[in-house]
Design a protein around this ligand. Sequence first.
Ligand code: DOR
Ligand code: ZN
Length: 369
Amino acid sequence: MLKLPGLIDPHVHLREPGATHKEDYDSGTSAALAGGFTIVLAMPNTNPPIFDSTTLDLALNAAKQKARCDFGQYVGAGPNNADSIAALAGKAAGLKMYLDSTFGELRLDDMTLWQAHFQNYPQNYPLVAHSESRTMAAAILFSAIYNRPIHIAHVSLKEEILLIKAAKEKGIQVTCEVCPHHLFLSKDDIPAISHGHAGRGEVRPRLATKADVQALWENMDVIDCFATDHAPHTIEEKDSDNPPPGFPGLETALPLLLTAVDDRRLTMDDIISKMYTNPKKIFNLPEQAETWVEVDEKTEYEIKAENQLTRCGWTPFEGWKVKGKVRKVVLRGQTAFEDGKVLVQAGYGRNVRENQNGLLAKVNCRSGF
Ligand code: DOR
Ligand code: ZN
């Protein structure tokens, strides 16, 4: 039996408020526990989006009543909220800036709109950018100009990971995350995922080429975090004429990554640093006392959507054989998950920002290096 710290997923979509038929704070945090995560940070591209005090309270109240693991809630950068959103920094997981094609309404195309957020959002609080390719290069330039840390979400391309490497070497305060689906799938896998429904292969950033995937593996030391970008949409929505982009990932990330450890493509240190130590530091997350995950390293099983706790009812990894099963999760002294069952009540989860009094220590953005 392998014992791991409670894992942290800094990038999930829990769909609350507005699309709780896909997921909510209850089903999403249950799926998190089943995947070995004890902290999830939820994205703000909900309906309505989380972009002011009223909508933040809406999400936080739902989370307080429903969450079964600990959580933080991001706020979103909009065209007109640079002053008001900065005032909420102490209550939020961080500020999310959507600078590229995504799902939902929060998108900032005009670079003059970025400036106010880079200037105003308090420097010691996490700022996360969805920015791909050349947009990512521009976001890193903003970080250098305004001398503030930036975390790049879901890096998927060779040109991105190489530029982040170069930026780190120059001392720019950039960190990044990579999703399991960009490590284990390329665009060549889309037909197999699709089962005749092209919408199932849709995700942003898109699945990339084999050369891109290989570059991520070759630059494992540049990757600060593994993040799922758990983006549940129902199977009916994925198979419709207008399929929304996104893959669920909370319950498949750890088994896939443990299988890569078994295959000697990763080390256990990679798992602990990228799913615990680094995200804890980058996002300034509290210590969870008496918290750990027990994994049966030897158990081999097949990934099946029907065994998942996410509400979305499908996975792009259906039928994959993995080695390493989450047996038990203990969260703050209580057995929260054991043998496929969530054992803590809705509302057991705590807001990671609750007792931080709005004061964060200086974020060390060069973690792991
Ligand atoms: O595939 C994606 N799904 N990419 C995003 O940027 C958003 C996400 C979602 O919310 O569904
Ligand atoms: Zn996302």
